[in-house]
Design a protein around this ligand. Structure first.
Ligand SMILES: [Zn+2]
Ligand SMILES: [Zn+2]
Length: 725
């Protein structure tokens, strides 16, 4: 197989037609079935997050970048960078400086500081390499300038995307990110380790259960040697090699594992005086600069280091000296040299490798994960020859060892981590296809054996994974609505305000300016009606129609806001919703008694009351003569609590209304019957039961319908709770 992910997959999976609203999209632009150029896009609820932004160590220039053209980078809201390794951070200045990306950039304090140092070097190295560098120092400075920092266990809200950083172990400052969008939680581990080592604590176990975990799978199903054992093997190899007069090359990343190995060597040399004549060199000015960063962030390291720092600086080494360049190095005999880069692509480590590879006494120990497509990986296959940078084939006789010190989780760690967090969905990234495939199978079998529901995915680069997540429809109740304790089964009415991040808040409309930048507006409706009857009749009809909740006879809900003024104008409030103003006409000669003006705030409830008021006004204005007198009787009876008298008056009113609509009508109060003559047809209405008798079925139905309307008009409308629209 060629270098993993060097080419875009020929066919990306067709995206099935799905309800995009409820789908989380996970799209690796890099690190999909490969190690290198970590960059994963997560889209959900209209939000886009970029997780890491690295380069691939097996490629150069633009080819080393993630496949950025697969997405519209202008849509990315936030970029989260887990740690300072180049495969996670080195493309950041490219994205911020050379693409439409406008989002925010977050990383921890130490990551920001070390990324700054490392990428300054990266800019120089990549400019010195083949072709143009990816970006300039100016781009780097601008990227660092706009990078915001996040502390461990701090939560930052980016327009509704809640980001929380957790410790990832691995290297200084390394973070895992919990991303929460609209109730959906996703954890991205980056590179992580659950086992503490000499200088780093273990990764945290987040306290919230994620729905999706995107986890590295670098070591697949392998199990790491216990720390003591691998340290023992490491120092033994080195001791044996120098004892036989050999030179030992330790290709390392400038930061992280280098510090770990230095601590081990320093301690071993201290215990072995016979080795004191063998020098240990650290051939990296960069690492020396980085030590100051480590010292600045010593608080973030593990307890042993912190304790040691109280006595003496644990990075002040007695047996290790610094080497500015390979040229300065006096290559005279047995020695140990730690040099960058870790994959032997170029630089000092490559130079020394080529100088030493033909001598069988010498030894190279690959302590990092060897990435496909690099010389470090190639020599692990025990080739008899290697190609120098000058294109000359030379025999490979030096001893090649791989002892992994890279702080990535192994199978037991990842398995236990997932068993504890129990995410229903797990997306594997940052691993080569074969290792990843084995890990996927093992994790599936493990979950099945335990009865844990778990779906695993291992997308290639540019292949989307779509995971359904039904959005939680929850709303936070705030302000005066929240003052009363909620009761089961009791609905809460209010305004639902949806924030940009999908957060929902329920509040009383008057609280709107308190909790949002919105201000409530009112649409005042106004309707004028000409009145041809005395206003007292209209007012009476209204008082009968709209009564409060205190009882049929109570008039408390309708209050005359102004006593009749000199001009005879009057004002009524009907419920909380409608204001009615009566203005008598100036010229009695016009035949009109005056004008009624209704005013109310637009809204479904108030509109309903206003409509009813208009109906009552029109009805009162046009009702048959004599009716007001009976209505006064009924009203008085109701006020006095005389139910029988009220019923009798009601029968009288209905008789009067039926007479006006159909023909001569009379009431027999004793029997409670109303007799109506309609063009010779006889209709009998039972005033109490509402039963209608008539030989003509069609006529009976007409009378029934009319009766229904009249009875509805006579029953009071409760407007007491219509205020809070
Ligand atoms: Zn890493
Ligand atoms: Zn990595």
């Amino acid at each position: 197989m060629a270098a993993a992910g060097a080419k875009r997959p020929a066919t990306a999976l067709e995206e099935p037609a799905v309800d995009v609203e409820n789908m989380v999209q996970v799209l690796p632009l890099g690190a999909g079935q490969e190690v290198g150029r970590s960059c994963i896009i997560v889209k959900y609820g209209g939000k886009t997050v970029m997780l890491d932004c690295g380069v691939h160590p097996g490629f150069h220039g633009l080819a080393s970048l993630p496949f950025f053209d697969e997405v519209d980078l202008a849509e990315v809201d936030v970029m989260l960078v887990t740690h300072f390794h180049l495969d996670h951070c080195a493309a950041v200045p490219y994205v911020t400086g050379h693409t439409p990306f406008r989002g925010r950039v977050l990383m921890t304090h130490p990551t920001k500081a070390i990324v700054h140092t490392l990428l300054r070097d990266f800019v120089k190295v990549s400019r010195g390499g083949t072709g143009e560098g990816l970006y300039s120092e100016k781009d780097l400075e601008a990227a660092i300038e706009r990078t915001e920092v996040i502390d461990f266990h701090q939560t930052v809200d980016v327009d509704g995307i809640r980001v929380t950083a957790y410790r990832a172990g691995h290297v200084l400052g390394a973070a895992m990110f919990m991303v929460e969008i609209g109730g959906m939680r996703l954890l991205y581990t980056g590179d992580y380790s659950r086992i503490p080592d000499r200088h780093m604590p273990a990764a945290d176990l987040p306290d919230q259960r994620p729905h999706i975990v995107i986890v590295e799978s670098t070591y697949g199903v392998s199990r790491h040697l216990p720390r003591e054992e691998r340290e023992q093997r490491f120092v033994e190899r080195i001791h044996t090699a120098v004892a036989r007069g050999g030179r030992v090359l330790l290709p390392v990343v400038a930061l992280g594992r280098a510090q770990e190995l230095l601590l081990i060597l320093e301690e071993y040399w201290e215990r072995h005086p016979e080795l004191h004549g063998v020098p240990i060199y650290q051939a990296s000015g960069l690492a020396r600069r980085a030590i100051s960063v480590f010292q600045a962030y010593i608080e973030m390291m593990n307890d042993d280091i912190k304790a040691a720092f109280n006595v003496a600086n644990p990075f002040q080494f007695k047996h290790i000296s610094h080497l500015k360049s390979a040229a300065q190095f006096d290559d005279v005999g047995p020695c140990v040299v730690m040099a960058t880069p870790s994959m032997l692509q170029s630089g000092v480590s490559r130079e020394l490798f080529e100088a030493w590879c033909e001598d069988p006494r010498n030894c190279v120990v690959i302590a990092d994960f060897a990435v496909q497509g690099t010389l470090a990986r190639d020599i692990l296959g025990n080739p008899s020859e290697v190609m120098t940078r000058n294109g000359v084939k030379v025999p490979l006789r030096m001893q090649v060892d791989a002892i992994s010190f890279s702080a990535h989780a192994d199978f037991p760690q990842t398995s236990e981590f997932l068993d504890t967090l129990q995410p229903p969905h797990v997306v594997l990234v940052h691993g080569e296809a074969n290792e990843m495939g084995r890990l996927k199978k093992a994790l599936e079998q493990h979950a099945a054996a335990l009865g844990i529901p778990r779906t695993l995915y291992m997308p290639k680069v540019t292949q989307s994974v779509l995971i359904e997540h039904k959005a939680e429809r929850t709303a936070k109740v705030v302000g005066r609505l929240g003052e009363k304790a909620a009761r089961l089964g009791q609905p809460v009415r209010g305004l639902l305000v949806q924030g940009r991040g999908g957060t929902r808040t329920l509040m009383h409309h008057e609280d709107l300016p308190r909790f949002t930048k919105l201000h409530p507006g009112h649409v005042v409706q106004r309707q004028a009606l000409a009145l041809h009857r005395p206003f007292s009749e209209v007012r009476l009809a209204l008082e009968m129609m709209f009564e409060g909740t205190q009882g049929a006879g109570d008039l408390g809900r309708v209050d005359a806001a102004g006593s009749p003024s000199r001009s005879g104008a009057q004002m009524l409030r009907i419920g909380d919703a409608v204001t009615l103003t009566y203005q008598p006409s100036d010229a009695a000669a016009s035949g009109a008694s005056g004008t009624v003006v209704l005013e109310w705030c637009g809204g479904s409830d108030a509109d309903m009351v206003a409509d009813a008021v208009v109906a009552v006004v029109l009805q009162a204005a046009g009702q048959p003569p004599g009716l007001p007198a009976i209505e006064v009787q009924r009203h008085k009876a109701l006020a006095a609590g005389d139910v029988e008298a009220a019923a009798a008056a009601e029968a009288g009113i209905i008789t009067s209304l039926l007479g006006a609509q159909f023909g001569p009508a009379r009431v027999d109060a004793d029997q409670g019957l109303i007799f109506v003559d309609v063009d010779g047809q006889h209709v009998v209405v039972n005033a109490k039961s509402g039963k209608v008798q008539c030989a003509d079925g069609a006529l009976r139905e007409r009378v029934e319908r009319a009766l229904g309307r009249m009875q509805a008009a006579l029953s009071p409308l409760d407007v007491s709770d219509l205020g809070g629209a």
